[in-house]
Design a protein around this ligand. Sequence first.
Ligand code: ATP
Length: 418
Amino acid sequence: MTQTNDIEVIIVGNELLKGERVDSHLSYLGRAVLPLGARIARAHVTADSVDEIARVLSGRIGETRTVLVTGGLGPTPDDVTRRGVAAGLGLELEFHEASWNAIQDFFASRGRQATQANRQQAEFPAGSRVLANGEGTAPGFEIESGGTTVFVLPGPPEELRRMFSSHVAPALSERFDRDPLRVDTFRTIGVGESTLFDLVGETLGALSAYDVSSLPSRGGVDILLTEKSSLSDRSLLDTESDAVAEALAGAIGTKFYERGERSLAEVVGSMLAEREETIAIAESLTGGWIGKLLTDVPGASAYVLSDVVAYSNAAKTDLLGVSAETLEKFGAVSEETCTEMAHGARNRAHAAFGLATTGVAGPTGGPPKKPVGLTFLGVSWDGGCNIKRQLFTGTRDDIRRRACQGVLWMLLDHLRKQ
Ligand code: ATP
């Protein structure tokens, strides 16, 4: 048997094996189990096949204490996980009346009727404890076999996440019988991983209470401190975490933008909300992405006034008031156009700040002297404007993502320095 706190995951889905979907469960689960003092020790991806699921699962029974199985709980013929798990454990499926009633109620509350195909979603291996799914039709279940606890959860990422935190995490933390491990996240932007470690590596290297990992993400690098499971003196936790925050702030200033889990858009949004200030956005190469990032945050209507996607020159003139002469003389991808876009957005919406992006996202094209990746980012305010010229590298997606994060950071930097 493996260590108590080791968890194995069996992810079911033909679409993952065929490359039609990128797995997102592991990136969630790998982090979600850390506070429980657990780790994902191994993961398997299997086809939507009763035999495959049964074979992988039966091989883990008695070998590992906790197995999470995800996906394939829906009503369609390829949803065979219930049968696969039952076969792997040598059990029959049993019909669960209360779950069938709950599924029918779910449909009725939406003015629809459950079908016979949904009926199979109320069948579980004998002896299962059913885990209600508040958001979808597919209930999960938990079952013990040979010293192994198997949790089976639906595949849609949102449902998996909700059911993991409402059902699995509480059950595991009780079982592991230890305080959750502390995990501290430090979010940075605009500094490469190696430079970051040159700057704060000494502080990180001196930590005795935490394991350190670094995750490039969201156009920046996250540093994650995870409490060592062997730690006895928990009083070190605050001291060492504070030392990292201090070292980062000293080394990279506002490029260390969050101690916690908030995104850059959330941090910027909460600063604007606190100050009761507003923004208007003018987007060319980012095509509405900045607006999406900001309005993903609940409450964004308190500070986002408008988002104009002005892709063509004509739109830049008509919607933002960029002058035809500026476009003619300097081109759409220029400091001058970006300045007029930022001012135009701000003035037209009567906002406190204007944000603007214009650039060459690639992968081909780019006028002479304007290579792929050349991007101008602008922040304007009453009486001023800050424009940055950047030469981003990477794919079209990378360049656009960096432009979004870059301009949000410029606003954050401006707000923090005011
Ligand atoms: P449903 O009732 O929606 O069919 P289910 O439990 O049968 O639920 P699946 O059919 O396996 O779930 O997956 C539902 C959706 O979730 C699909 O779009 C699938 O691609 C997506 N999904 C499943 N597993 C993963 C995963 N590991 N990573 C990302 N997306 C996933």
